[in-house]
Design a protein around this ligand. Structure first.
Ligand code: PGA
Length: 268
């Protein structure tokens, strides 16, 4: 089982670092090797950051078999909002749970671009949280405009997710702010942008619930995170963690981001 619950030993919440492998690699042996390389390079001592890997569905059984005594939680990149039935091509929450998956990315912009709606994102999020798993729900604007209209876009995504969500589920909700213009482009949002958006997201949650509710939700950043910008995104951006695409396929870079996150937690 993953040994990444450090909430009891330190004050504050550990930084979250989740690798989103997207549709990589192409073969199971490549996935197993990538996971082994990442594990080899990451500390098990002082492993403060809460780390996870979201692999393609088909590789999850192989990774689960290798995930003994690892600090990594197993994740998936999508899931069906319904638990069973006539849904060709879908994968259910119980199927994933059966392999020890504990966290699921929902509403990634690449899925939204393929047609996923706010309503589908909400249904999936609520189903995942109800099942006792962590939902890592992606939000973020396509572009930024001088007037700041992108704030209303993000606000409507958040409102949709929170609609009729029981407050008791918030402790397993993570919102990943991933501005689409920063994903896979090498252009990262500045630490200032990230801090400003975090405060805005928190205000949206407070408006919907209250401040105690807001304190429970972790707000991650994603979009061209690497080992050069991670530190300032934590320190000045106040990100609660990262959702990492491209850099999660490079074991040395990913391990370095995890080390930065471990150290940040240990020293704050
Ligand atoms: P990136 O992807 O780190 O390659 O920009 C992030 C994501 O899409 O989750």
């Amino acid at each position: 089982m993953p040994t990444n619950d450090h909430t009891k030993t330190k004050k504050g919440k550990p930084i979250v670092v989740i690798g989103n492998w997207k549709m990589n690699p192409q073969q199971e042996d490549g996935a197993v090797k990538l996971f082994a390389d990442i594990k080899k390079l990451t500390n098990k001592k002082n492993a403060y950051a809460q780390t996870g890997i979201a692999a393609p569905f088909v590789f999850i059984p192989a990774l689960a078999a290798k995930n003994t005594k690892s600090r990594f939680a197993l994740g998936a990149q999508d899931v069906s909002s319904v638990l069973q039935g006539t849904h060709t091509g879908e994968v259910s929450i119980p199927m994933l749970k059966g392999f020890g998956v504990t966290q699921i990315i929902i509403g990634h912009s690449e899925r939204r671009a393929a047609g996923e709606t706010d309503e589908q994102v909400r249904d999936k999020t609520h189903a995942v949280l109800k099942a006792g798993l962590t939902a890592v729900v992606c939000i973020g604007e396509h572009t930024r405009d001088a007037q700041g209209d992108y704030f209303s876009f993000v606000q409507s995504q958040i409102r949709s997710i929170l609609q009729q969500l029981p407050k008791v589920h918030l402790k397993r909700l993570m919102l990943a702010y991933e501005p689409i213009w920063a994903i896979g482009t090498g252009i990262t949002a500045t630490a200032e942008d990230v801090h400003e958006m975090k405060l805005f997201i928190q205000k949206c949650i407070t408006d919907h619930f209250d401040r105690t509710a807001t304190a429970q939700v972790r707000i991650l950043y994603g979009g061209s995170v690497d080992d050069k910008n991670a530190q300032s995104l934590l320190e000045e951006g106040h990100a609660d963690g990262f959702l990492i695409g491209g850099a999660s396929l490079k074991p040395a870079v990913f391990a370095h981001i995890i080390k930065i996150s471990d150290d940040h937690y240990a020293t704050t």
